[in-house]
Each structure stands twice: as structure tokens, then as C-alpha cells.
Ligand binder design. Structure first.
Ligand code: GLC
Ligand code: GLC
Length: 650
């Protein structure tokens, strides 16, 4: 790292370097027409200064910095030139409409290809269903070559260029991307860039003693350095192994493995790693991937004496990749997967870093509010932390393929008299169903006996009470569970950003405990909420008497209402205090359109004073977009158990 250079000196060096490097680059790609080269050169000129400053900060103290810089630019140019024409056209379109993803038409879905439809060909056949649901964004979970057996749900990648042969081929993936695009659906895949599997070619070479590739990872001959690091590290997967390093008897060395032992952390301190992963990243973009979900962003830079999470250099790496994407594949967007403290989550979000980000705080607090029937922490946190950098968007979700962690801010909780530690214990006990009276049927994930910490696994429906209610054959409870499912989905569909549905949740999929019989999955409770799609369930979706139909029908209507209302575009949202601690309320505004949204998080009727509704809804008379009916508003507005209302002026 090089922290001493002044900004002015850096700008001068950037200019000089570009001047030197451009002709060398052009000389490497002879025979390229001026028309083809010109957009690349323009984008390079437009982004070079910031790219240079970032790379100089990361790698500028190396004697071979210029060499690596040139290699990085060569990679960008080569992959730009290889980019198919339709994607280059998409680049131009997106450059002139940089906030296309702010539209209220946006709706995301996420699934595992094999669990959803067997393979890529099967997935293609399900396109009509995805269209019917209204998706415009489809996240396919890791689908690349990975070790047989345990592979962390594909998050241990053995080759970023090969689709898992059981699912299909790279050519099929890029055909699918094109087909999705023609249907208005942007393909998202993971960029698992913090680590590779121990079977990746680089890891294999490192295992064989190749020094060049050993330097791609963090490998140590004994415990001295691992011990020194571990003094300040948090354990991410404590059930898998204690500590963050794994001893490899085959090489007689210790390897840094933040997650599972077969996931080897990449060493971004080495610019060759940065370049090699750039090539993988741009290759995915050239296959037609429009959004890359940057996996485990928090962990990509290590420095002794720190937690090795969310370090400034982690941001610089992502920003440098962002700059290179603007140069070589500008249609590409990044979505940050930072499931960390909300202040840290926010730091990854900017047009120059990740344009999209999961919103783990909203996710956790929706469940927190369902458990407590109180919205104080949700209301307080969303009024402080929902605002997002212009040009960016939240991806709002109720759950994904991972566990639910209680990543709220303890200071905010304290202000409301809530003790964070105790509250997390309560939430874990509530969602594992251990707490008396809990409606929930979740499982603990990565319980750490040393810290008392745990996270929660479970499908939306099982966590929301459907599993328990069905087992008890209690129709009243079943209806309440259905309403909880719809309530939290109503928030992600209306609060601002891209709503993301874990496919299956729209028909009330329950936990599937069969993972316990599979040795490759049994130790990881997240598999309980990653079942095979039950298509007979999906087929009942139009039968309003069936349970899937009761959920799907109401959810689908909400999706349509959302699509039709420009007030729900963008991320502008204002929290309203409705004077009732069970009701979460906010206003969405877009141009002339305004929607006041009220959500009752309790199983009892709640009242909100009419003057609050009028003052925040800016009208005397209202219509509810959800029911389509006019609203009776006398002294008070009455909300039924778990009812949500989307009010517009009549
Ligand atoms: C991300 C993924 C998670 C995986 C981890 C390690 O957090 O979402 O499923 O276990 O990264 O790759
Ligand atoms: C994965 C884990 C989650 C952890 C996160 C850290 O998502 O599943 O529990 O907190 O990684 O990024």
C-alpha cells in the first residue's frame, strides 16, 4: 500500500501513465477497427484516473506495479473486444439509462437451478412461470463446477468458466441469459470472489508446490501467523471448525479458510489474483450476466491486528473492479452481499462500488417485528438507515438461501431500551420455536457455544407459522400465518428498491427436513430452507381454495398493483409515526403520486388516528390499492390482524 502520495501527484501520475500505456495497449491489438476501439478508449480515459489511484493505493509499492497495471488493462481490452455485439448494445443502452433498475416494474426471484428445475434446460421451460410471476431479475445460485459432495451450496467454485455438468454448459447459460434478456429478465449470478474451492486449478497448483500459485492464497508453514491473525478474527462458521485456518496434511501447511475448510481465501494482496479474477468477472459479463452478486465482500482483504472484515482495501478492490466494468462491460452491475453491521453495509453502496445491495437490516427487523408484534426498532432503524446513495437501490427480501442473522445496530436498540444481546437470544429462541407460544419452526444455524451466538434457518412459511399451524390443524392460525407471509412481502414490495422473492415462498413452501439424510448437507441447517420446488404446489396457485392459491393469489395481486404505481419506483421513503407501536407506516412518493402504507404487525385489530392518516396521506378521502375499495375513515382507521393498507388519495 502507498498512503503517502498527494492527490495532485497521483492525478499527474495517472495522466502520465495513461499516456504511456495507451499506445502499448493499442499495439497489442492490431487489426481492431477504430470504430470498435473508440468506445473502449473513451471509457478508459473516462475511468482511468480513479482506477489508477485505487490500484496504486493497493499495489503501488511493488517494483512491478506498472507490469501488473498493464496486464490488468490488457485483460480489460481483450475481454471488451471479445464482448458479443448484443451486449455491447446493452452497454450503450444502460449508459444512457443508469437507473433503469429503479423502476417499480422490477421484481427479483432467486433459486438453485437443480432444485428449481433440474438443470438449465428445465429452467428454460419454466420461463412462462417466471414471466407470469412478473420477474425482471433472476438470480441463479452458484451453478459452476464445484467439488462433489460438500461444496457449500456451490459457493466453493472449482472453475468460473464451467457450468456444473449436471446443470448444463456455459453455452447453455449464455443462451439462457440472452433469452431471459429478450423477455425483460436480467440474469444475476454470484461472483464468489473471496475464495475458490480447494479443487480449483490454482489451488491444485498451490498444493503441488507451485510458488506462483501458492501466492494466490494465504498459506503458512506453521501456526505462528495464523495464531497472530486469529487474535482479532471472528469465527464465521464455528460449527465447521474452530478458527479461520485449516491444516492440510497433504501439503503440511495451514490455509486461510474463512468459511468451510474446502473454501480457500484468495490473496488480493497479490495483483496477479486481482487480474486473474478480473478475467473471470468479465467472462461472466460476456456470457450475458447483467448483475454480479459479490459474495462475502466483507472478507476480501486481510490485515493483521484487525478483524479482517470491511477493511478500506476491500472497498478499493470492489471499486477498482467497478471501474474496470465501466471500461469493458458497462452494463454490468454489482450487488453487495454484506451481511454485517448496517453502517458497514452502507459503505459498499455507491454507483462507483456496488449499485445494489441486499438490505439485511430490513429483513432482520421484519422478523423481529413479527416476533415482538412491536415495530419500534423497525420504525426507528428505517427512519435512520433506509436512505440510500442516489443512483443505487436496495434489494429487499424476507429471506434468501442463507440464515437470518440479527444484524441490527445495538446503539439504536439501546435507545429504545432494548438490550441487543438479550434481544438476539430472544429472537433465536422465538424462531427456533423454543420460546413458549412461538408460532415459528426454524432451526439454529452455526450456534456458537462460546459466544451464545446463533442465526436462524427456515423457509418464510415455516418461520411465519404455517408449519406449526398446519400440524395443529388450526384454521385460525393458518390464516394468521398466511397473513404474516403476505405482510412482510407487502413491505418488500412497497418500501423502495428491488423486491427479491426466494422462489417457492410465493406458494408457501415449508421446511424440508430431508437434508438430514444427506451426509453432504446434514451438518448445515440452511438446507432446510432450500428444498426441491414442489411443482404440484405451484400448480395449485390458481385455486384460491388451496393454501398455495391463497398466498400466490394475494401476492400476485400486490405485484400487479406495485407495477402499476409510479409512486413505488425509486427508493424515496419516509417513515411515519402512526402513534401505534404495532403499526409500521411510511409514505412513498414519486412525482405527483403518493402512497401511504400502513402495516399491522400484530394479530389484533389496531387503530390509527384519522388525522395521522390525513396528514401523512395528504387527503381527506382514500382508496386502498390492495383491496381496491374506498376507505371508511371516521375518527380512526381500523386495521385487521396483520392487515396492510396502501392508501392513495381519492
Ligand atoms: C455467502 C453465501 C453463503 C456462503 C458464503 C461463503 O455468504 O451467501 O451461502 O456460505 O458466502 O461463500
Ligand atoms: C454468509 C453466512 C452468514 C454470514 C455471512 C457473512 O452469508 O451465511 O451467516 O454472516 O456469510 O458475510
Amino acid at each position: 500500500m502507498n498512503g503517502t502520495a498527494s492527490p495532485q501527484w497521483l492525478r499527474q501520475q495517472a495522466e502520465l501513465t495513461l499516456h504511456r500505456v495507451l499506445p502499448r495497449l493499442e499495439a497489442r491489438f492490431t487489426g481492431v477497427s477504430a470504430a470498435e476501439w473508440q468506445p473502449f478508449e473513451a471509457r478508459l480515459r473516462g475511468n482511468f484516473e480513479r482506477l489508477f489511484i485505487l490500484l496504486h493505493h493497493l499495489y503501488g509499492n511493488r517494483y512491478d506495479f506498472f507490469y501488473h497495471l498493464e496486464q490488468i488493462l490488457e485483460t480489460a481490452a481483450r475481454l471488451y473486444l471479445a464482448r458479443p455485439a448484443d451486449l455491447k448494445a446493452l452497454d450503450a443502452a444502460r449508459e444512457s439509462d443508469t437507473t433503469w433498475f429503479q423502476s417499480q416494474q422490477m421484481l427479483g426471484g432467486v433459486c438453485y437451478v437443480d432444485l428449481f428445475a433440474g438443470n438449465l434446460a428445465g429452467l428454460r421451460e419454466k420461463l412462462p412461470y417466471l414471466k407470469e410471476l412478473g420477474l425482471t431479475y433472476l438470480h441463479l445460485m452458484p451453478l459452476f463446477k464445484a467439488p462433489e459432495g460438500e461444496n457449500d451450496g456451490g459457493y466453493a467454485v472449482s472453475s468460473y468458466r464451467e457450468v456444473d455438468p449436471k446443470l448444463g454448459t456455459m453455452a447453455e447459460l449464455s443462451d439462457l441469459a440472452g433469452e431471459l434478456r429478450r423477455e425483460g429478465i436480467s440474469l444475476t449470478v454470484d461472483f464468489v470472489f473471496n475464495h475458490t474451492s480447494d479443487e480449483h486449478a490454482w489451488a491444485r497448483r498451490a498444493q503441488a508446490g507451485d510458488e506462483e500459485y501458492a501466492d494466490f492464497y494465504y498459506i503458512y508453514p506453521d501456526r505462528t501467523i495464523p495464531d497472530a491473525y486469529e487474535r482479532t478474527l471472528r469465527e464465521i462458521f464455528p460449527e465447521a471448525r474452530s478458527g479461520s485456518f485449516t491444516y492440510r496434511p497433504d501439503v503440511g501447511k495451514w490455509v486461510w479458510t474463512t468459511f468451510y475448510s474446502f473454501q480457500w481465501d484468495l490473496n488480493y494482496g497479490n495483483p496477479a489474483v486481482f487480474r486473474a479474477m478480473l478475467e473471470e468477472m468479465l467472462s461472466l459479463a460476456n456470457a450475458g450476466v447483467e448483475v454480479l452478486r459479490l459474495d462475502a465482500v466483507a472478507f476480501i482483504w486481510k490485515q493483521m491486528g484487525t478483524s479482517c472484515e470491511n477493511l478500506p482495501e476491500a472497498h478499493m478492490i470492489i471499486q477498482a473492479y467497478n471501474a474496470l466494468a465501466r471500461i469493458a462491460a458497462p452494463a454490468l452491475l454489482f450487488k453487495s452481499e454484506a451481511i454485517v453491521h448496517p453502517d458497514e453495509v452502507a459503505r459498499y453502496i455507491s454507483p462507483q462500488e456496488c449499485q445494489l445491495s441486499y438490505n439485511p437490516l430490513l429483513m432482520a427487523l421484519l422478523w423481529e417485528s413479527l416476533a415482538t408484534r412491536e415495530v419500534r426498532l423497525l420504525q426507528h432503524s428505517m427512519s435512520e438507515r433506509f436512505r440510500i446513495t442516489p443512483g443505487c437501490a436496495w434489494v429487499n427480501y424476507v429471506r434468501v438461501h442463507d440464515d437470518i442473522g440479527w444484524t441490527f445496530d445495538d446503539t439504536a436498540a439501546n435507545r429504545l431500551g432494548i438490550n441487543g444481546y438479550d434481544h438476539r437470544r430472544f429472537l433465536n429462541s422465538f424462531y427456533t420455536g423454543r420460546f413458549g407460544g412461538s408460532f415459528s419452526r426454524g432451526l439454529p444455524f452455526m450456534e456458537n457455544p462460546r459466544t451464545g451466538d446463533a442465526r436462524i434457518s427456515g423457509t418464510c412459511a415455516s418461520l411465519a407459522g404455517l408449519e406449526k399451524a398446519l400440524r395443529g390443524q388450526d384454521n385460525g392460525e393458518i390464516e394468521l400465518a398466511v397473513r404474516r407471509i403476505l405482510l412482510i412481502h407487502s413491505v418488500i414490495l412497497s418500501i423502495g428498491g428491488i423486491p427479491l422473492i426466494y422462489l417457492g415462498d410465493e406458494v408457501g413452501t415449508l421446511n424440508d427436513y430431508s437434508y438430514r439424510n444427506d451426509p453432504a448437507k446434514a451438518a448445515d441447517s440452511r438446507w432446510v430452507h432450500r428444498p426441491f420446488t414442489d411443482w404440484s404446489r405451484v400448480d395449485q396457485r390458481r385455486d384460491s381454495g388451496s393454501l398455495p392459491g391463497r398466498i400466490y393469489g394475494r401476492l400476485h395481486r400486490l405485484i400487479e398493483v406495485r407495477r402499476a404505481n409510479a409512486a413505488l419506483a425509486g427508493g424515496n421513503m419516509q417513515v411515519v409515526d402512526p402513534g401505534n407501536s404495532h403499526v409500521f407506516a411510511y409514505v412513498r412518493q414519486g412525482g405527483e403520486d403518493r402512497v401511504l402504507i400502513l402495516c399491522n404487525f400484530s394479530e389484533h385489530e389496531q387503530r390509527v388516528a384519522a388525522n395521522v392518516v390525513r396528514a401523512s396521506g395528504l387527503s381527506y378521502t382514500f382508496r386502498d390499492l390492495v383491496t381496491g375499495d374506498d376507505v371508511e375513515l371516521k375518527e380512526e382507521l381500523l386495521l385487521a390482524p396483520y392487515q396492510f393498507a396502501w392508501l392513495v388519495a381519492k
